[in-house]
Every structure is written in C-alpha cells, then in structure tokens.
Design a protein around this ligand. Structure first.
Ligand code: HEC
Length: 80
C-alpha cells in the first residue's frame, strides 16, 4: 500500500514539473525578448487575467501575428 502511495505521489510530482516547464512563454519567446518580453507587456498593460491577455492581443494592431496562437496559449502566460 505504501508503495502505491509513493508511486502516485511520484507521478503527480513529475506531472507538476512537466506542466511548469510548459507554462513558460516558449510560444512567445521567439518574438518577445528583452524589453518586448511578455512580462514587460503584462506590466505595461496591467494584464491581470488570461482574459485580459486574450483581449490585449486580439484587439492589438499586431493581432495578425498572433493568429496561430490559441486563446489557451495566451491565457497560459498569465495563469498563476
Ligand atoms: C510571430 C511572432 C510573435 C509571437 C510568436 C508572439 N508575438 Fe506577441 N507580438 C509580436 C509583435 C511583433 C508585437 C508588437 C511589438 C511588441 O509590442 O512586442 C507583439 C505584441 C504583443 C502584445 C502587445 C499588444 C499591444 O497592443 O501592444 C502582447 C500582449 C503580446 N504580443 C502577447 C503575446 C503572447 C502572450 C504570445 C505567446 C502566447 C505572443 N505574443 C507571441 C509578435 C509575436
């Protein structure tokens, strides 16, 4: 029984680590670097939620550059 619990905990831990790695901005970083980083945009536009981010990007003059990104990709950058 203890063994099963240990395995379950280990699997959950591994999944947690994996999702943290994916929660990075890897989909944005190739274009958003330095002073144009996602963090800079989040601060400058006072983006607090995933919905704020979706709105900021979809209504931006640069929306076309983001059409390959799903709303979930955008939301993932603010989901904490
Ligand atoms: C193909 C390149 C590219 C990718 C990939 C990309 N962006 Fe952008 N994005 C740009 C460019 C270029 C701008 C305009 C310059 C700037 O302000 O950074 C921009 C602007 C923005 C803005 C500001 C909009 C405004 O009206 O000022 C936000 C917010 C943003 N991007 C979020 C994201 C997020 C979140 C991702 C990843 C999920 C992402 N972008 C991925 C190119 C890209």
């Amino acid at each position: 029984m203890k063994k099963i619990v240990a395995i379950v905990v280990a699997v959950l831990f591994a999944l947690g680590m994996a999702s943290m790695a994916f929660a990075g901005y890897e989909k944005c970083d190739k274009c958003h670097k330095g002073e144009k980083s996602i963090d800079a945009h989040i601060k400058a536009k006072d983006i607090k939620t995933g919905d704020d981010m979706v709105k900021a990007v979809r209504t931006s003059p640069k929306a076309a550059l983001h059409k390959n990104l799903t709303d979930d990709d955008l939301k993932a950058t603010v989901a904490k």
